[in-house]
Design a protein around this ligand. Structure first.
Ligand SMILES: NC(=O)c1ccc[n+]([C@@H]2O[C@H](COP(=O)([O-])OP(=O)(O)OC[C@H]3O[C@@H](n4cnc5c(N)ncnc54)[C@H](OP(=O)(O)O)[C@@H]3O)[C@@H](O)[C@H]2O)c1
Length: 250
């Protein structure tokens, strides 16, 4: 798909992580110009070097300021903004009694408030684009509970609700959608194992629970993300698309 995103300017959060990195590489290969966000400077700078027409901005998405800087960077470097791909996320594991108040807030701020902040600052620019759209990386955790994931599940369910609200308020100018991945082979999935009764078998069990008998790859997710942000998906908005190997239907 060399030209699907030709000349489109995209902000990608979580670009230093498993899925965000694959999405960044796929969008770059499709002709996009990228603002990459993450906290890990080494990984972000290496990705910026690898992908032409990309600029890495280090920062914490749970702050309004970093999200504002991402939008400013898009305008100052590329003069426009067309697409948001919002991927940054944390697990914030622990049952309600054990979970600290700080972790609860940090998880909600990173997984949910960051969507509000980035949308808030970006929408005036996205609205000037003929292809303006927002893609939120939610999770099947929006619909299904997992042991010791209260902050994560609540933040992902609320992300889907916020996506629908944005689609209502900013259609027909903007399209807004969410993808809901099942178990994808990234550091986050492996980190989640400790929340389960048998951590050593948790990832293997997740794989066995999919109808397709495999974990997702970051590239599986990137292909769907590319379709949804491109003009090929021009009649899709307010939708959640599950990409989960069939696990929700198992
Ligand atoms: N893996 C799965 O099975 C799965 C399933 C469903 C949904 N998801 C969702 O998919 C998205 C991507 O997850 P992943 O699996 O690719 O995880 P990952 O490899 O752990 O990557 C997470 C990314 O989020 C960034 N991040 C976290 N907190 C941040 C903060 N406060 N400020 C800025 N960046 C922050 C990380 O940046 P640094 O590393 O630079 O700190 C990293 O780039 C997440 O929203 C996750 O909830 C994952």
């Amino acid at each position: 798909m060399p030209n699907k995103l030709k000349d489109k300017v995209c902000i990608i959060t979580g670009a230093t992580g498993g899925m965000g990195r694959a999405i960044s590489e796929t969008f770059a290969a499709s002709g996009a110009q990228l603002i990459l966000s993450g906290r890990n400077k080494e990984k972000g700078s290496a990705l910026e070097k690898k992908l032409k027409n990309s600029v890495f901005i280090q920062g914490d998405v749970s702050t309004a300021q970093h999200n504002k800087e991402l939008v400013q960077a898009a305008i100052s470097n590329f003069g426009r903004l067309d697409i948001l791909s919002i991927n940054a996320g944390v697990l914030g594991l622990g049952n309600v009694v054990d979970l600290s108040v700080e972790t609860w807030h940090k998880t909600l701020e990173t997984n949910l408030s960051a969507i509000f902040y980035l949308s808030k600052f970006a929408i005036p620019y996205l609205s000037e684009s003929k292809s303006g759209n927002i893609l939120i990386n939610a999770s099947i955790a929006a619909f299904k509970s997992f042991p010791n994931h209260p902050a994560y599940c609540a933040s992902k369910a609320a992300s889907v609700a916020l996506m629908k609200q944005l689609a209502v308020d900013y259609g027909p100018k903007l399209r807004v959608n969410a993808i809901c991945p099942g178990p994808v082979d990234t550091p986050l999935l492996h980190d989640s194992a400790i929340a389960f009764e048998n951590p050593e078998s948790a990832v293997g069990n997740a794989k066995k629970m999919t109808l397709l008998q495999r974990l997702g790859t970051p590239e599986d997710i990137a292909k769907l993300a590319l379709f949804l942000v491109s003009d090929d998906a021009s009649w899709i908005t307010g939708s959640t698309i599950n990409i989960d190997g069939g696990i929700l239907n198992a």
